[in-house]
Design a protein around this ligand. Sequence first.
Ligand SMILES: [Zn+2]
Length: 305
Amino acid sequence: MPPLRCIRLAGALFAMFSAVVLPTAGAQNTPIVDVHFHHLGSRTDSSLTEMAKMGITSVVLIGLPAQLATTADRSDLRILRSLTLPCFGGRMPNSGMACYPGGGDWPSRDSIRAMVRTDRLHLLGEINAQYGGMRLDDPAMEPYFAIAEELDLPIGVHLGIGPPGIAYSDIPGPPQKSSAYSGQAGDPLALDGVLRKHPKLRLYVMHAAWPMRDAMLYMLYMHPRMMVDVSVLQYAIPRAAYVDYLRDLVQAGFAKRIMFGSDGSAARVREGIDAIRAMDFLSADQQADILGGNAQRFLRLGVPR
Ligand SMILES: [Zn+2]
């Protein structure tokens, strides 16, 4: 490569790995932020109480409008409400109630605006397109990326694995079967064009798209604002596979781009925190970053809403 280009590349790399990053505290003092916690029905409040006792200071609570609206703010931890979409079939599996006001599989953009205006919505996600076999560059997703960029809402997208056997009605396991779930729809490269079209999007890839390692590394390298969470990996795959994956992300230079998430009950939260603390290839600062510092920065939690 010609020297000038080489210098430009070096400058861009320096910016990617250092300039966009703020200093963070050591492991002891860091807040712990769970960026991936689904509403658990009647168990939600007691789970949040347990999580606060574990040192969680902020939680991204993922749910449908009725679930988000009925969860009260708390004094022991900060709740950031995140609207999940789409809802294939339009009805909540347990109650049969409509997922969104007015029915349908997708929330209206007016309803999103209204929730944001009244400080009842802070993120979009989990984006469940893969569960319906829909890639993230599907035209149906475009209005939601556009409104997330316009309203400066962080957006979390599911990519990678779902429950094993989800596509097969004769294999016991997931209670809800979906023959539509597909690996093709879970390709992180589908975000390449989305992020170019919406350069200000504050997007994180949930589960770090495990096991789509190469595509994930490529996307993190090429899109310096993109983040990932490591939810589900602490319990869905063998611990050695999780450690191996996280080490690859860190060795590739992305320790400031990884956020803690649980995707489970309070017990899963505990398991997730312990898993990261047990990873001795991470420095104390890197553990602090992953457990909370990176999310504090990405979600701008130091700044009053
Ligand atoms: Zn997910």
